[in-house]
Design a protein around this ligand. Structure first.
Ligand code: ADP
Length: 232
């Protein structure tokens, strides 16, 4: 089991109000799988992903990623875990505006232990001819390709995608989904993706439905549909 989460709980306190955001999450994903988390806004999806990615901490429960007890790591070890093992793609790209495409990727590869070659990842996302451009010169879909290249250049064990197609039109969304599938196949990267779009669940091995901090459905997908054939 690559990701194994049991009884994960998380609350936020603001003033005297305590909000229980995760209420005992159970989640299992095997190595090399694609997992999709579906759920309405405010159901706890980002909180769960942030804890898996070592950006936030759970209050209790176990979060094991590739044998690492993420919830027990001290701050330094948590930073190492994030840096070495986790790639993240966000809805809004988060590229550094005054660096070129190539430089955006190299800032990550330079601090990675066993990075992939920058030109190879740019080729994988079909952006090699834009290496010397700046983010503002690219379309949203192209920026998302670069942010995907930046996430995979460190060759992460786990790629976390938070609404990766949330800001993109239909055709561009589909091309990003095809690329995620390609990364999963080519590099064996385990992928966990948050989405509002239930159609995207068809390309996943496992689908988790989250409601008010609880997994209300956990489905092993028997009939995986390639991203290319997904429509909505
Ligand atoms: P989703 O990603 O499904 O939209 P989130 O995980 O972002 O949900 O948020 C779940 C709930 O936790 C929301 O009610 C949100 O307001 C609350 N929340 C998230 N982060 C914080 C925080 N840092 N402080 C207080 N409340 C938070």
């Amino acid at each position: 089991m690559f990701i194994n989460i049991s009884n994960l709980k998380k609350s936020y306190t603001s003033g005297v109000v305590i909000t229980e955001v995760l209420k005992g999450i159970e989640m299992k994903i095997d190595k090399g799988e694609i997992g999709v988390i579906l759920g309405p806004s405010g159901s706890g999806k980002s909180t769960l992903m942030n804890i898996i990615g070592g950006i936030d901490r759970g209050d209790s429960g176990r979060v094991i990623v590739d044998g690492i007890e993420v919830n027990n790591l001290n701050d330094d070890k948590l930073t190492d875990y994030r840096r070495e093992h986790i790639g993240v793609v966000f809805q809004f790209y988060n590229l550094v505006p005054n660096l070129t495409v190539g430089e955006n990727i190299e800032v990550v590869s330079n601090i990675s232990k066993s990075p992939l070659n920058t030109d190879d990842v740019l080729a994988a996302v079909e952006m090699q001819d834009k290496k010397h451009r700046f983010p503002r010169e690219l379309s949203g879909g192209e920026q998302q390709r670069v942010s995907l290249a930046r996430a995979i250049v460190k060759n992460p064990k786990l790629l976390l995608c938070d609404e990766p197609t949330g800001a993109l039109d239909y055709q561009t969304s589909r091309s990003i989904l095809r690329l995620l599938e390609l990364v999963n196949k080519k590099f064996g990267t385990t992928i966990l993706m948050i989405t509002h779009n239930a159609a995207i669940a068809a390309m996943a091995n496992r689908v988790f439905k989250l409601r008010s901090g609880q997994i209300v459905e956990d489905v092993v997908n028997q009939g995986i549909v390639p991203a290319e054939r997904i429509e909505w």
